[in-house]
Design a binder for this molecule. Structure first.
Ligand SMILES: [Zn+2]
Ligand SMILES: [Zn+2]
Length: 350
């Protein structure tokens, strides 16, 4: 029989190709107890019956979302390595399975992409994660090698993934519910500043839902694919100092936000207007493929609220003026939003 196309990366973790999975006896001789398939179809029962098996559906395409599957793969690999060994494979053992293997090393040993890739390449020289997977690995590094699906970086990534599907016309049915932020009134954390409709005072979104971008940063402003915040982009003189201090130049010209629940019926088309769900006054617009901020940055996808249409309200804990001293401590849920507070300056947009 031909040589088994698997290679040990670290103790209990092997990387290989689909070919190797046909030689079940050979795998057993190597001590393989678990198989993780990352491919467009699972293995046959005859290939898996002797092993603990997990299948992740994924094509070797740039826009395939492996990042969302990382943790599930890590958990399986971890369980395999408790006394056994796992073979991680795709078709050729070069792109998809190599990406998962690199990500696992990053997560396990807190390595950056280059370090983890180096370890894997040292064992299997031909590995070649596709460019989309490399971007996901770099994003994973920026996330601190931790998958936190509630983090801003992860949400932005999912939003950009969705935007790509929208642009390609691949969105079937309604928007995935986890992509929409909850309406401010439903939020459990009331410590966040809230932006209210200037006309009817309805709370529209929270400050934490604002998506910042760097000034005039070009095509990649919002894009999760830009590996690191650009520091040497074109900038005005006053910004040079900030650049020297290595700080990110965040635009304050416009309010771009993550999509919120109340938009769900509106934003299923490619672009359109955003209106207050209560008083219907016009608030801004959305364009899935992106739009240009007045600062010159290209922002995609864009959910744009005009600063002149909303007021920013900072919550205050209820001050117990008339309450006796014996009342329980003020909790974060006991907050009020003053009806008239800090008003963001109008930015002259129409
Ligand atoms: Zn309103
Ligand atoms: Zn801007």
């Amino acid at each position: 029989m031909a040589k088994l196309d698997i290679i040990q990366i670290i103790e209990g973790l092997y990387l290989g190709s689909l070919d190797a999975t046909f030689n079940t006896a050979g795998l057993q001789e190597e001590g393989i107890t678990h198989i993780l398939t990352i491919d467009h179809r699972p293995l046959n029962a005859s290939q898996t019956e002797l092993f603990q098996y997990k299948y992740i559906h994924a094509l070797d395409l740039e826009d395939t979302d492996l990042l969302s599957q990382f943790q599930e793969c890590f958990d399986f690999i971890n369980s395999a390595r408790e006394g056994g060994s796992v073979l991680v494979h795709c078709f050729a053992g070069l792109s998809r399975s190599a990406t998962i293997t690199i990500a696992y090393l990053m997560y396990l040993k807190k390595l950056n992409v280059e370090e983890a890739e180096g370890i894997v390449r040292n064992k299997r020289e031909a590995i070649k994660p596709n460019i989309g997977f490399m971007r996901q690995l770099h994003l994973f590094e920026r996330m601190g090698c931790v998958i936190d699906k509630t983090s801003g970086l992860f949400r932005k990534y999912k939003l950009c993934q969705l935007a790509q599907r929208m642009q390609a016309g691949f969105l079937e049915g309604s928007l995935p519910s986890d992509i929409l932020m909850c309406n401010p009134l439903d939020a459990t954390d009331k410590t966040d500043a809230v932006y209210k409709c200037r006309k009817c005072r309805l709370a529209l979104f929270r400050e934490s839902e604002l998506i910042s971008h760097t000034i005039g940063d070009g095509e990649s402003s919002f894009d999760w694919r830009s590996k690191v915040p650009t520091t040497n982009h074109h900038c005005s003189e006053k910004n040079v100092k900030a650049d020297n201090l290595n700080s990110t130049l965040v635009c304050d010209k416009s309010l771009f936000i993550q999509p919120v629940q109340w938009m769900s019926n509106t934003i299923t088309s490619q672009e359109g207007k955003l209106s207050c769900p209560k008083c219907s006054s016009k608030l801004g617009s959305f364009v899935w493929y992106g739009e240009k901020c007045p600062c010159g940055a290209w922002v995609a996808p864009a959910f744009h609220i005009q600063t002149s249409k909303v007021d920013k309200c900072i919550p205050h804990p209820l001050v117990a003026v008339s309450a006796p001293v014996t009342t329980s401590p003020v909790s974060s849920s006991n907050t009020v939003y003053p009806s008239l507070t800090l008003v963001t300056s109008a930015d002259g947009e129409s």
